[in-house]
Design a protein around this ligand. Structure first.
Ligand SMILES: *Cc1c(COP(=O)(O)O)cnc(C)c1O
Length: 354
């Protein structure tokens, strides 16, 4: 059984996303005990405590507890990107692929994107796309980096490379937004701190509801001035919440207890991929940096692999017609990762033999 998958134990091995975690009994206990108040009146002590803790961990002056990672990115980009100007990012970035066009639809923000082989852009990739002066070209306001890169097999942005990009932004009066939905995964995998990355960004987000295992919420961190502006805009978007301390308590618990254990998720994802690689070396990358395994399904369609795996209690998700994804998290044990890797490998192997 999973070591701590919470009250509603699920029998299947659910690898569709690390958002599927159940709050552990200890986390639920912390939620139950939390003192709460009306956060729109700035009177929720637990929300305040979470925001203070998050700001410190991320190396920024202040933080705001947001409903979702998408909302934190919306607020961050709203602060960083002037109306009618552009943000540069990877073509696989969550902000362009999975946020329902929010930045264009709500804030008049244009995106321009680069392509990489492995999800890690260097300054040499980015610089040719930058338009500093505007004139008759759209002006670049901001560079956006995602760490880890969700849709690029959980790729880590190496600190030296990221620091170089941050320095370029500073020298050229560009802002830097760091989508750190899985920043904690990157830091655990590379023995760096959240602040090593966070302090160099204009705005930085950190999801509490991904691998960290809280039920809801993302932190956005920046300067005090920026966060006060973001607080107003959050309310404008309908994201002012009341006794949110119940949720913030889960976030505090996650930051205190669920960061170091991400190493286990990384080990599990690696073992999962080892089984697949042994029969289908073309299906996965040579190494799995964090907790995301992107699998090419070859002659089978993604739907076929997903449905065959489901008959053996392994749930995967579809990323493309011939691509599926498995994400490890605290609801699946390392043994279950191994088991699910075997199941997936056998499906691919059988297809190859036909
Ligand atoms: C999950 C995720 C988000 C935010 O998603 P929400 O579902 O809105 O919380 C943002 N960026 C990345 C890279 C993500 O993986």
């Amino acid at each position: 059984m999973p070591s701590s998958c919470g009250l509603a134990r699920v029998m299947s091995m659910d690898f569709r996303s690390d958002t599927l975690t159940q709050p552990t009994p200890e986390m639920r206990e912390a939620m139950m005990q939390a003192p709460v108040g009306d956060d729109v009146f700035s009177e929720d002590p637990t929300v305040r405590a979470l925001e203070d803790k998050g700001a410190e961990l991320l190396g920024q002056e202040a933080a705001l507890f947001c409903v979702s990672g998408s909302m934190a990115n919306m607020l961050g980009l709203w602060l960083d990107v002037d109306y009618g100007t552009e943000v540069l990012c990877d073509q696989l970035a969550h902000i362009v692929r999975a946020e329902m066009g929010a930045h264009a639809a709500l804030h008049g923000i244009q995106t321009k994107s680069w392509t990489t082989d492995n999800g890690v852009a260097t300054l040499e990739t980015i610089e040719p796309l930058v338009s500093l002066t505007g004139g008759f070209l759209v002006r670049t306001s901001t560079i956006e980096i995602e760490n880890t890169m969700n849709f690029a097999s959980g790729a880590i942005q190496p600190l030296a490379n990221y620091t170089n990009i941050a320095g370029y932004c500073q020298d050229n009066d560009l802002r830097l937004h760091l989508d750190g939905a899985r920043l904690a995964n990157a830091c655990v995998a590379t023995s760096t701190t959240l602040a090593d990355y966070g302090k160099l960004a204009t705005t930085v987000s950190l999801c509490l509801s991904k691998g960290l295992g809280a039920p809801v919420g993302t932190l956005l961190a920046s300067t005090k001035e920026n966060i006060e502006k973001a607080r107003v805009q959050r309310k404008r978007l309908g994201g002012g919440w009341r006794q949110a301390g119940i949720l913030a308590a889960a976030g505090i618990y996650a930051l205190d207890h669920h960061i170091a254990r991400l190493a286990q998720d990384h080990e599990g994802a690696s073992l999962f991929a080892d089984h697949v690689r042994a029969v289908a070396p073309w299906a996965v990358t040579d190494t799995i940096p964090t907790n995301v395994v992107v699998i090419q399904t070859g002659s089978l369609s993604a739907d076929e692999v997903i449905s065959q795996a489901a008959t053996q209690e392994v749930k995967l998700t579809k990323l493309g017609p011939h691509i599926v994804r498995a994400v490890s998290h605290l609801g699946v044990s390392v043994d279950q990762c191994r088991e699910a890797g075997k199941v997936t490998a056998m499906i691919l192997e059988r297809a190859e033999q036909q």
